[in-house]
Design a protein around this ligand. Structure first.
Ligand code: FNR
Length: 187
């Protein structure tokens, strides 16, 4: 069975190492997963005064989140949490009250940083947010990537064999998890 996975890149940077990681994840994904990006850079700041009349960018975000089978969050760590742009996108998707687009949609988190703990603290925060948003999550494997530039090619090729094996295992586990969740929670 084939599943569509919407992925978020938490960084807006044109030189983002997490965008490199996202490209590597697409290359590492099993054939049953089709990955489509859910862009976040165009969204205005969330304001609940707009709940009754969502801006078009936020409507599009919710429509896309609701159309996919699963969600993958590829994010940096900013000041031991997730970047504001990603939190803003989640806030839009979770509202208006009673219309939480994340509910029952399976998700996984992963992230890269130059530092040794590889976004672990940010992902703990993100996992808490996704729990509140009622998204069933892949709990194991965990994926905290310490980014080494020599391990990745410019087109997201994974040049390091151990990193490639890890990312392929992660995406395979995610596919199996999506299949299990979608058996009991069909979209
Ligand atoms: C960082 N960085 C960072 N790294 C980390 O491991 N823990 C942290 O808390 C932070 N905090 C932080 C805050 C801000 C505002 C910036 C700009 C950076 C460093 C960060 O991991 C590094 O810049 C990555 O390259 C960011 O990911 P992208 O944007 O390259 O995908």
């Amino acid at each position: 069975m084939t599943f569509t996975v919407g992925y978020f890149v938490g960084s807006l940077s044109g030189q983002s190492i997490n965008r490199v990681l996202a490209t590597a994840l697409i290359r590492s994904a099993p054939a049953e997963l089709e990955l489509v990006e859910i862009p976040i850079g165009q969204l205005p700041l969330y304001n609940r005064d707009l709940d009754a009349d969502y801006p078009p960018e936020a409507r599009e975000l919710k429509r896309t989140v609701e159309s996919v089978d699963a969600l993958l969050f590829v994010t940096p760590e900013y000041n031991r949490s997730i970047p504001g742009a990603l939190k803003n996108a989640i806030d839009w998707g979770s509202r208006p009250w009673g219309h939480n687009s994340f509910a029952h949609t399976p998700s996984a988190t992963i992230g890269a940083s130059p530092g040794a703990i590889g976004t672990a603290v940010a992902q703990q925060s993100l996992k808490s947010i996704l729990s509140y948003c009622n998204s069933p999550q892949l709990n194991a494997m965990e994926a905290y990537i310490q980014f080494r530039p020599e391990a990745f090619g410019e087109g997201g090729e994974v040049l390091d064999e151990s990193v490639r094996a890890f990312l392929e295992k992660f995406m395979g586990e995610f596919r199996d998890f999506i299949a299990r969740v979608r058996t009991v929670l069909p979209g």
